[in-house]
Design a protein around this ligand. Structure first.
Ligand code: COA
Ligand code: AMP
Length: 630
């Protein structure tokens, strides 16, 4: 039996052999002759001389191996009261058919396709159809508004958009088509084609010449074969929040993605082909890309596509019902989902109504897992609860407890240890490693492992500036924390203006840009304050123009609406305050961290460079009006 330490050391001693061996589990059109390509260091690529197709590895090869009747996808949708299944054969046929339609619409390898779909099996079919022909998809989360979609259209310049007519949230149907039309109107780049899947809950009017019905466009087309692409061909672009309003287009390389994700399914998640894997997230996030769509299928598992919420669809027992009905072996979600369930059912009594004996492990990621939630989940489910830490940029876990290799002792509050491929270091401001127990910036020694981002879409310079320049030789994660004497990592905070709301990564900088566009707002700041359910919530501080005659309630109401229109409901922006001044340093830097400390009621040190300490009392008084610290 190999231990974690042996595996990690084997990787460290010979990364090239480690990844070449992992690569053997992939079905190559042309196998790689080398793993790492450092020609362009410090920007690295993996398996560049290979040729391979992602869809073949995720779908067709399982059919060829005789598993065509195995379930590939289970769709469970308490929000529509429906449930359905799709075998690997059916998934292959649907994917080949949609890919054929894309080819007929002029989409070729390397072209971009934006996908805007809710949690339905067709979202996976659309992603895989792109992969089948080497088109680069960019999935946009349904909770983003037209403006955010427009930004992504202009950056990715897609030839086509594939969308559903609507998404469904508790109590409301969200018509996607007006959002898409609005986004195309706003964008400078115009896609040639839109393929719309009509859902019964709200059908869309199609624009003649540009829009096509999902089924009609596939009629009579020749199903497309898998097109092998180079190992470093971008599999997809996924936009994520950075410091400014312009999202970062994280590029996922094809071959490294296949090799790394396949490796994780056994080593980290310990699931086997044919077992049911459920990532309760959304295809619009990286968790959805890696663990709803690609990894479970590459590994020959059955993936759950769940269209519902942990509570309210219809109650806090939904997750347990899904585990029971579909024999779920592994559940992966964000801690916020469990906080929501715990709030409705503190005693965890609803689990007794279901047989969840198929469940072996609960995995948590996406935000810090608080010890209370972990303990509650352990008590309620009576299975190991494994926290693991990763980011959109990496696509798979940087730190985890690799139970498929060796179940290490769990330390509550820590996502455990670095995975092979990641040499994680905690650095001081000067870039020097700090001693165990000392807080610092978390960085990963270059090169990052296969599957991680080689660059940002069309933005090599931004990639270098955002991730490589601060600590030469390292990738800067943007997280701060420490490592203990046993090598366990503790992730404590972001070092940038990114906040984490209900497991969703949001940019306070982007929100400030929206608030600043309000005609009455002279100056503003957005900070993330602690929230018992969502982890963090954004709060806006607004300084109004001298001539403004509006009341605080009027301006706040308008700003809340503006944020919903510009960024979308996912911003969860509902709290804002009028203040006369913002606390700043003498050089004009807004003291956002201290404002968050005041809201949270946590201690802070007043910087010597503060311009006017009296402003902090004004902030305190203003926050008290909305019940902070709560
Ligand atoms: N399309 C349109 N709107 C969406 C949406 C989507 N796909 N997803 C969320 N929204 C809307 C919500 O309806 C809500 O609108 P509201 O302000 O009108 O109520 C708003 O965006 C904020 O959403 P959210 O922050 O998710 O809050 P919520 O109250 O709807 O749900 C949780 C809270 C905790 C139940 C939910 O966030 C959850 O299940 N999270 C865990 C799983 C997860 O998604 N993890 C992500 C990465 S792993
Ligand atoms: P995203 O790119 O949306 O997946 O968000 C990544 C960020 O979420 C990380 O940089 C962390 O700040 C945070 N995060 C993700 N997983 C964890 C975890 N297990 N513990 C603490 N923070 C986490």
């Amino acid at each position: 039996m190999t231990t974690y330490s042996e595996t990690y050391e084997a990787w460290k001693a010979d990364p090239e052999s480690f990844w070449m061996e992992a690569a053997q589990a992939i079905d190559w059109d042309r196998p790689p002759t080398a793993a790492l390509n450092a020609d362009n260091a410090p920007m690295y690529e993996w398996f560049t001389d290979a040729r391979v197709n992602t869809c073949w590895n995720a779908v067709d090869r399982h059919v060829e191996a005789g598993h065509g009747e195995r379930l590939a996808i289970i769709h469970d949708s308490p929000i529509t009261g429906t449930s359905s299944t799709m075998t690997y054969s059916e998934l292959r046929d649907q994917t080949a058919s949609l890919a054929g339609a894309l080819v007929e619409q002029g989409i070729q390898s390397g072209d971009r396709v934006i996908i805007y779909m809710p949690m339905i099996p067709e979202a996976l079919v659309a992603m895989l159809a792109c992969a089948r022909i080497g088109a680069i998809h960019s999935v946009v989360f349904g909770g983003f508004a037209a403006n955010e979609l427009a930004t992504r259209i202009d950056d990715a310049t897609p030839k086509a958009i594939i969308a559903a007519s609507c998404g469904i949230e508790p109590g409301r149907v969200i018509a996607y088509k007006p959002l898409i039309d609005g986004a195309i109107e706003l964008a400078t780049h115009k896609p040639d084609t839109c393929i719309i899947l009509q859902r019964d809950q709200q059908r869309a009017d199609l624009t003649p010449g540009r829009d096509h019905d999902w089924h009609e466009v596939q009629q009579g087309v020749i199903p497309a074969d898998c097109v092998p692409v180079a190992g470093d061909h971008p599999a997809y672009i996924l936009y994520t929040s950075g410091t400014t309003g312009a999202p970062k287009g994280v590029v996922r390389p094809t071959a490294g993605h296949l090799v790394a994700l396949n490796w994780t399914m056994k080593a980290i998640y310990d699931v086997n082909p044919g077992e049911v894997f459920w990532a309760a997230s959304d295809v619009g996030w990286v968790v959805g890309h890696s663990y709803i769509c690609y990894a479970p299928l590459i590994a020959g598992c059955t993936t759950m596509v769940f269209e519902g919420k942990p509570v309210g669809t219809p109650d806090a027992g939904t997750f347990w019902r899904v585990i029971q009905d579909h024999n779920v072996a592994s559940l992966f979600t964000a801690p916020t989902a469990f906080r929501a369930i715990k709030r409705e059912d503190p005693g965890g009594t609803m689990v007794a109504d279901y047989d969840i004996s198929s469940l072996r492990t609960l995995f948590l990621a996406g935000e810090r897992a608080d010890p209370d939630t972990i303990d509650w989940a352990k008590r309620t489910l009576k299975v190991p609860v494994i926290d693991h830490w990763w980011q959109t940029e990496t696509g798979w876990a940087i730190a985890a407890n690799p139970i498929g290799i060796e179940a290490l002792p769990v330390k509550t509050g820590s996502p455990s240890v670095a995975m092979p491929g990641y040499d994680v270091q905690v650095l001081d401001d000067g870039g020097h490693p700090v001693a165990p127990g000392t807080l610092g910036a978390i960085a990963v020694k270059l090169p990052l492992p296969p599957g991680t981002l080689p660059t940002l879409w069309n933005a090599d310079e931004r990639f270098r500036k955002s991730y490589l320049d601060t600590f030469p030789g390292y990738y800067e994660t943007g997280d701060a924390g420490y490592v203990d004497d046993d090598g366990y990592l503790y992730i404590m905070a972001r070092t940038d203006d990114v906040i984490n709301v209900a497991g969703h990564r949001l940019s306070t900088g982007a929100m400030e840009e929206v608030l600043a566009s309000h005609p009455d707002v002279a100056e503003c700041a957005v900070v993330g304050v602690a929230d018992q359910l969502k982890g963090q919530l954004p709060v806006g501080f607004l300084c109004l123009n001298a001539g403004s005659t509006k009341t605080e309630a009027e301006v706040v109401g308008e700003c809340v609406k503006l944020m919903r229109d510009k960024i979308g409901p996912v911003a969860a922006f509902k709290l804002a305050l009028r203040v006369d001044r913002l606390p700043k340093t003498r050089s004009g830097k807004i003291l956002r961290g201290i404002m968050a400390n005041i809201a949270d009621g946590t201690p802070y040190k007043q910087p010597a460079t503060i311009d006017d300490p009296a402003i902090l009392d004004e902030i305190k008084t203003a926050l008290k009006r909305i019940g902070y610290p709560g």
